[in-house]
Design a protein around this ligand. Structure first.
Ligand code: ZN
Length: 354
């Protein structure tokens, strides 16, 4: 069909933030690194981990696997509805610190049709606790599955924390609360890791086993559960990567502001301007399409309301009728579409009105 190649290679490099708090269950001790107390303090105040629903329910330490297994899923399905008002209850902390955190969280509302309001009682979707167990948060609508008496977000911040750390942690964790995952897990990412050093670094700084590092740092998210842009090195959801952890000197600093792509992406994910697309092709494989700067992957028979523009939409489908290619189609906002197979070749995909 029409071939406009989209550079799958766009993904050049990568990312990452990571985080966490668990220092037990050590299985290996590959450490060759010795960090200074200052380095460790800086690292620990910036790291973060997303949580799944088992994590605050009293089994912190059996959750090494469940935490990482589930953390990458659901980007596609865990965003709140457009216009959602998220009620935030702080479980401790000074009012000054609470105000700072909430104001940083509200930065997201500048770019997305979602808002945060502070409550002190009654129903809340997000419950924040300041403590020493690291920075972490449940992702998007997973917050609804947490007991109303339990925290959904932990911030390792105090009144003495540097302002830049408060800003980064609040923006990052509330990004998770809105449905965002770690940018270093972007399916398109491609980092030349120096794996022995990565294992040593995370063992030394976070106490992570090689298995945890594989799942939390080195492995990418699968396409199917996620919706994503190409890799954004400037994302607040990216972790810092020291150049010493890559084989080519690639590095990422601690990002402390929302990137241009963060703002655009969250705006699109909370926009009501969408085009419905359904996987109706005669193949069992997932189908990935690219629309309005966002890649989405559908399982067979799955449909989704994908963020779109009101005019001038180009939808590219990754298909492999012979060789693989991106094929372009031009859907109209206000209509519904399905991806189907050509009659003579099920792998020859096209977009038609549904
Ligand atoms: Zn995080």
């Amino acid at each position: 069909m029409k071939y406009s190649f989209f550079t799958l290679a766009l993904i050049a490099t990568l990312i990452v933030p990571f985080t966490s708090c668990k220092k037990d269950n050590l299985e290996t001790s590959p450490s060759e690194y010795v960090f200074t107390a200052e380095e460790l303090a800086e690292i620990n105040e910036n790291f973060c981990s997303t949580m799944d629903e088992n994590d605050f329910l009293g089994h912190d330490h059996e959750s090494e696997n469940s935490m990482v297994d589930d953390r990458g899923t659901g980007w596609k399905g865990k965003f709140w509805p457009a216009g959602q008002v998220l009620r935030v209850r702080f479980m401790n902390g000074s009012s000054a610190l609470q105000t700072k955190v909430l104001n940083y969280a509200k930065t997201w509302s500048t770019y997305a049709n979602v808002s945060f309001v502070k409550v002190t009682s009654g129903t809340s979707e997000i419950r924040v606790k300041f403590g020493t167990s690291g920075n972490n948060s449940f992702v998007g609508t997973d917050n609804l599955g947490i007991s109303s008496s339990a925290q959904t977000m932990n911030l390792q911040l105090t009144d003495e924390s540097p302002e830049i750390n408060i800003r980064r942690a609040a923006l990052h964790e509330f990004g998770h609360a809105l449905g965002l995952m770690h940018e270093h897990q972007n399916p398109y990412v491609n980092i030349s890791w120096d794996k022995p050093k990565v294992y040593a670094y995370y063992y030394e700084t976070q106490g992570w086993s090689q298995q945890m590092v594989d799942k939390n740092v080195l492995n990418k998210l699968a396409f199917e559960p996620t919706q994503h842009t190409t890799f954004d090195i400037a994302s607040i959801m990216a972790y810092s990567i020291p150049a010493s952890l890559t084989t080519n000197g690639y590095s990422i600093p601690w990002n402390t502001e929302l990137s241009t792509t963060d703002k655009e992406f969250i705006g699109k994910m909370y926009s009501g301007t969408r085009i419905k697309v359904r996987h109706a092709a005669n193949i069992s494989a997932d189908i990935t399409f690219h629309l309005n700067g966002i890649s989405t992957t559908l399982k067979k028979n799955e449909s989704i309301l994908a963020p779109a523009k009101t005019t001038g939409n180009t939808l590219q489908i990754w298909e492999c009728p012979n060789g693989c290619q991106w094929s372009s189609f031009y859907p109209t906002y206000g209509k519904k579409y399905k991806i189907v197979s050509a009659s003579n070749n099920p792998n020859d995909l096209k977009l038609v009105e549904d």
